[in-house]
Write a protein that binds this ligand. Sequence first.
Ligand SMILES: Nc1nc(=O)c(N)c(NC[C@H](O)[C@H](O)[C@H](O)COP(=O)(O)O)[nH]1
Ligand SMILES: [Zn+2]
Length: 163
Amino acid sequence: QPGDHKAYMRLALSLAQKSPPKPTNYRVGAVVVDVPSNTILATGYTLELEGNTHAEQCCFMKLAQQHGVSEEKLAEVLPSNLALYTTVEPCSKRLSGNLPCVERVLRMAGCIKTVYVGILEPEKFVQENTGRKSLKDAGIEVVHVEGMEKEILEVATAGHVKE
Ligand SMILES: Nc1nc(=O)c(N)c(NC[C@H](O)[C@H](O)[C@H](O)COP(=O)(O)O)[nH]1
Ligand SMILES: [Zn+2]
């Protein structure tokens, strides 16, 4: 139901606010939900876990640890109807060269059916985020949860030098 989507996106935004501000990335929050049972399987925010980690990446790293598998094998052990909520759409390229979150989501195309995003990635670091198309081509639905764009962007860019 639409109400739930907003509630999960608001939870993701509260997670994003825990992320240490940096000028070279965005502060993002993410939540993985098992749709049939409407339960949260994992939460994450940018830089929550060791290394230069992204919010979505943290969710998957936690799930892999919980299930004792590598991130690559995660789709084999998770339920098959999951939703990923992320305040900023999954990245399709990272200036650090680390594996983009779209690639991580694509590996889980067997269980992640829908990605709910609060905003599309601004074109500050990466000219054009091609993620949405890659996800749709893999049969993953991308849904924009509207109404929180301004606050999501403010949180995401809190570490940036004000122009
Ligand atoms: N969806 C998403 N979740 C995040 O947690 C995060 N930080 C970004 N940010 C996207 C942005 O394009 C990259 O942060 C820069 O391209 C720098 O790349 P690194 O973060 O250093 O790997 N995007
Ligand atoms: Zn990412």
